[in-house]
Design a protein around this ligand. Sequence first.
Ligand code: VGL
Length: 187
Amino acid sequence: MAKALIIVDVQNDFCPGGALGTERGHEVARGINELINGEHDYDVIVATQDWHIDPGAHFSNEPDFVDTWPVHCAADSEGARMHPEVDVSKIREFFRKGEYTAAYSGFEGHAVADESTLMADWLRQNGVAEVEVVGIATDHCVLATAQDALREGFEVSVIEMLCSPVDKTRGENALTQLEEAGAKIIR
Ligand code: VGL
């Protein structure tokens, strides 16, 4: 069975200087780039992208940074593009999510090449049984993506150093929660 790397939302808006920049976003982008350009054992590498058109109350002028957020990752904007330090030629498929609603999990995403294919179906079609999850934000989209991966029956690992949280404590709690749910946390 195949192993996939899932790169979650390593987009400009989630990196320093972006609309919703997380502190370690750029380090994570650089680290992921080293990972995918070095020796690795992934059969496929995929990426998710927050891709908002009108996600309703997900956007707020007075965001609480837990459930509501400043405008970010507008579809086709510079902020929605992958961080420039990630070599996108290594990524086999992109899964976009959140056009008209909040969508934290990459498993809500549909393939860019074929909008009717959801990420879980695509992974199964490619023989994937095991996934490693990295990206942004540890306490939101990484958490939701890894939780869904477990629910979908994949074997799941998360590489802590290649994830960046919005909030440090919430990020640590997210990893503990994932570990308790059956994910392996690579610290
Ligand atoms: C995310 C906050 C709002 C994420 C997305 O990618 O973790 N966080 N939207």
